[in-house]
Design a protein. Structure first.
Ligand code: BJW
Ligand code: ZN
Length: 243
């Protein structure tokens, strides 16, 4: 593992433009359960069965039970050394540094990262698909479901299966990827599209891909450097070596 960390430090040391992509594994050491693997079930339902617009239309109360449970849990957690190391890395000697996250928990922002693109939304915003109302809301628990003034049920402002990513968000991602010298992919299973395609796109545009994960993923064969380890242990070593 140390050899590959040294390689990652050397590559990042020469980079001008860095794009980081994070997933649930980065928040795992803060106590936020990941989606897949042994933690990925809630009342025997998979995330795919709850995080979709059909489930919400059929049973908004059920979907809100899941979100209330997760909002309560996410309110009680703090950034871990992986979030903190990524925030420090942003102040490194780079021309540009963009952090793309699939996480909706807001922990990168709490850790001090500034250039963040949240591709799957944020659990602390709720919105109305009927009238377009959107608000920041940290109340826990919310009614199941909460209702908009227009009478429609409010939903979390997150991206569910079968829904498109926000156009402005995608534009920001597509502006960052082709410029990347290095694409650092941390704690994601790389199975959910289109997010899983971002590292492949960056690699095809010339980026060196570094992956940090506890286990191999579908991206691993394409990664130039693969570091198997805990994000909370590996990222501080990388940040210390680069800064
Ligand atoms: C650690 C660690 C530690 C643990 N240290 N590492 C192309 C091909 C195939 C399918 C599709 C495709 N295009 C679209 C699709 C359909 C679908 C999809 O991708 N399905 C696949 C599952 C097959 N995609 C969509 O529907 C997307 N929309 C879309 O494409 O729109 C256009 C379209 C519409 C209709 C039809 C076709 C196209 C939207 C996807 C939205 C995903 N939303 C969720 C929920 C967000 C809200 C919420 O949280 O409530 O996003 S699902 C869930 O998965 C969440 C995550 O962001 C996302 C990714 O998960 P992540 O972060 O990778 O977590 P895990 O748990 O999977 O992995 C954790 C990793 O960490 C593991 O590898 C561990 O080893 C590691 N780890 N501890 C380091 N300490
Ligand atoms: Zn409304």
């Amino acid at each position: 593992m140390l050899g590959n960390i040294d390689k990652a430090i050397e590559i990042l040391g020469k980079a001008r433009s860095v794009v980081v992509m994070t997933g649930a594994g980065v928040s795992a050491e803060s106590g936020v359960p990941t989606f897949r693997g042994k933690d990925g079930l809630w009342k025997t339902y998979r995330a795919e069965e709850i995080a979709n617009p059909q489930a919400f239309a059929a049973n908004p109360a059920f979907v809100w039970q899941w979100y209330n449970m997760r909002r309560k849990m996410m309110k009680s957690v703090s950034p871990n050394p992986a979030h903190e190391a990524l925030a420090r890395l942003e102040s490194g000697p780079f021309k540009s540094f963009t952090l793309i996250t699939q996480n909706i928990d807001g922990l990168h922002s709490l850790a001090g990262s500034r250039s963040i693109i949240e591709v799957h939304g944020n659990i602390w915003r709720i919105r109305c698909d009927s009238c377009g109302h959107i608000e920041h809301n940290e109340t826990v628990p919310l009614p199941e479901p909460p209702y908009c003034d227009c009478g429609a049920p409010l939903r979390p402002d997150v991206v569910w299966f079968g829904e498109s990513l926000d156009n402005e968000v995608l534009s920001a991602v597509m502006a960052a990827l082709p410029r990347a010298d290095v694409m650092l992919v941390v704690g994601t299973s790389s199975v959910v599209y289109p997010a899983a395609s971002f590292a492949i796109f960056a690699k095809q545009a010339g980026a060196t891909v570094i992956e940090v994960n506890l286990a191999p993923t579908p991206l691993t064969p394409q990664a130039d450097v693969s570091i198997m380890g805990k994000a909370g242990e590996v990222m501080p070593l990388i940040a210390r070596g680069v800064l």
